[in-house]
Design a protein around this ligand. Sequence first.
Ligand SMILES: [Zn+2]
Length: 336
Amino acid sequence: MERFRKSQLLLALTVLLILLLTSCSFIDENGNFSLHKSTEQSSEVTAGNSSDNSSITNYDELDRANPPVYDGNNYVTINGNIPEFSKDMLSEAGLIVSEKGKWRTSQEGGIFSAVDGKAVKAYEVYEELDSLGRCTKAYGCFGRETMPEDGEERGDISRIRPSGWKSGQNWERCHLVAWAISAENANERNLITGTHYLNYDGMRPFEEAAESYMYGKNHHVLYEVEPVYIGKNLVASGVHMQAASVEDCGKSVSWNVYMFNVTPNATIDYMTGIVTTEEQATQEARLYVLNKRSEVFHYPSCEGAASISSKNRKEITATRTELTGKGYTPCGYCQP
Ligand SMILES: [Zn+2]
């Protein structure tokens, strides 16, 4: 009798547990049945489908000399969010290309009428820096071959000073192709001077969607990231990112977006890398100590100010904006 009751109780608990588990996994907040709720939801949202996110502006094409201006969203879509890859990029990945040398996806999913999984080849290219020392483009067919090993730790990237880098301005070394996808550490061809907003709010959700399609499977993503600079600016105004999942013909991952390298409520000088917050912009004139040789200015209390030789030292009363406007750089240590 005692044994019978225990087994009954066990059965009831098991049934309860199964009910709980199934209701969590398969029924979303709208009560719809969904087998892969979390994955589908994240790839839909992050792929920036315009049907889901009507506030996102679309541009027919990206004018690189005159890129879109920040509009309050962290990205805009290009070409209806449909990626376009060069024929070379596709053939390098072992994919057969047809029409007009360009591979196109459609919102329905794909141009690969059939993908031969065995023919798909992972590869990655980080193009040379340009004559101004700026990153130019990173692209390839990424998959488990290019991703970090399980348990592998990120390497140190602090020795890289991407073009336009200025200390004390809250810049981040921003991967063109994320470490989780490429396992690239201190690769100067893959790191740009980027804002936290670009790195985390802009790029990260997209990178995570691509990573989740590839991770633990023999899946690949065609992926291309190209920074966009206006004129000879050393800091990119934004990045153009395109991606498509290969094995499912672009159903899980398919986007063509331009993301803004901005910080809301701050002004960025894309030539010098100096960032001015709203608060700094309205500061009144005060006393600073200027090093005439290095053209760096400090708060008078800074250790760096104390060590300037009298020959190079100049005390000046001005606003921060007046000094940065003359080409002087705020000290990275005291961060005036
Ligand atoms: Zn200082």
